[in-house]
Design a protein around this ligand. Structure first.
Ligand SMILES: [Zn+2]
Length: 303
């Protein structure tokens, strides 16, 4: 439950089971629980939802959420609206995160920005002239699948050389495991293979562990390369980096800055900032609410 100024009033987190019917039941349950928290004098203007994969905003369906395959082609909005009559605004989770950063986070007062969410995968959202740019089939902002190495590593999408295969949390963990198998020395050796995650890699990178440092620098290098392409394409002043990997601290952001400024058109050097997202763990919640604030109000105006 999020107030109009972005303040989170209530949050509920529900562990999900893997089948789609269960997930929908759990979504309906979480909506009912939150509706009970609305106090007298408060008015609910809409329900915002974010989902991984491609979301068809007009049909209200979710398609191709690779890591939630049971939800493919679910008419989620129709199902929820049978129970709750509020307007529902659904979008890709990374696009929603961009809306949240634009309204309440690092992109406040910035009319043009791109936000990258770097976790297990890499998503993105584009804001131009204060509005989300969705593209003709709502796929705009799939920056994780920008090619950074022709014929490079295999990506979850089936193509080769995507940014996601180099700079996501999963890519970093893969690199760490491979290095340990080659008997490279690192603080990570003290962990069991399944305990290695991007948080630990980022932590040790900033503590001077040379293997972790080089993994984070490599990830940052490719993120910077992608950002240079974004800047060349859009000439925007701000790129916000969020998601779990954004905890990569100084090592990550230094390498992003170096690489972005190295690869961008020389005249554009110094014209843009790369900043860490400010909404942190609330990016999903505030981002989904921002979908209501941005698109709900836009909708009201057009009516
Ligand atoms: Zn890909």
């Amino acid at each position: 439950l999020v107030r109009g100024d972005g303040h989170v009033l209530h949050k509920k987190s529900i562990p999900i089971k893997t089948t789609s019917s269960h997930i929908i039941d759990q979504i309906l349950l979480s909506i009912s629980l939150l509706l009970k928290e609305i106090k007298v004098g408060q008015e609910l203007i809409g329900i915002g939802m974010g989902a991984p994969g491609n979301v068809n905003r007009l049909k209200g369906t979710i398609q191709g959420a690779y890591n939630l395959s049971g939800l493919e082609d679910q008419a989620i909005v129709e199902i929820i609206q049978k129970k709750h009559s509020y307007p529902i605004f659904i979008d890709n989770d990374a696009t929603n995160a961009a809306k949240g950063e634009f309204l309440f986070g690092a992109g406040k007062n910035c009319q043009h920005m791109v936000a990258l969410t770097i976790g297990t995968g890499i998503g993105g959202g584009i804001i131009l002239n204060g509005q989300v740019f969705h593209g003709i089939t709502d796929y705009a902002g799939e920056i994780g699948h920008m090619t950074v190495v022709p014929n490079g590593r295999l990506c979850s999408c089936g193509n080769y050389g995507c940014l996601e295969a180099y700079s996501s949390a999963s890519a970093m963990v893969d690199q760490a495991r491979q290095a340990l198998r080659r008997r490279e020395t690192s603080q990570l050796e003290t962990l069991k293979p399944n305990e290695i995650n991007s948080e630990r890699i980022c932590y040790w990178a900033n503590e001077g562990d040379s293997l972790c440092e080089s993994i984070v620098q490599d990830a940052g290098h490719f993120i910077g390369l992608a950002i240079a392409n974004i800047i060349n394409l859009l000439n925007i002043p701000l790129v916000v980096v969020g998601g779990g990997v954004s905890a990569g601290g100084k090592v990550l952001f230094q390498s992003i800055d170096e690489s972005a400024n190295k690869h961008v058109l020389p005249r554009l050097r110094g014209t843009f900032r790369v900043e860490k997202a400010l909404l942190g763990n609330d990016a999903g919640v505030i981002g989904s609410a921002s979908a209501v604030f941005m698109e709900g109000l836009e909708h009201t105006h057009t009516l």
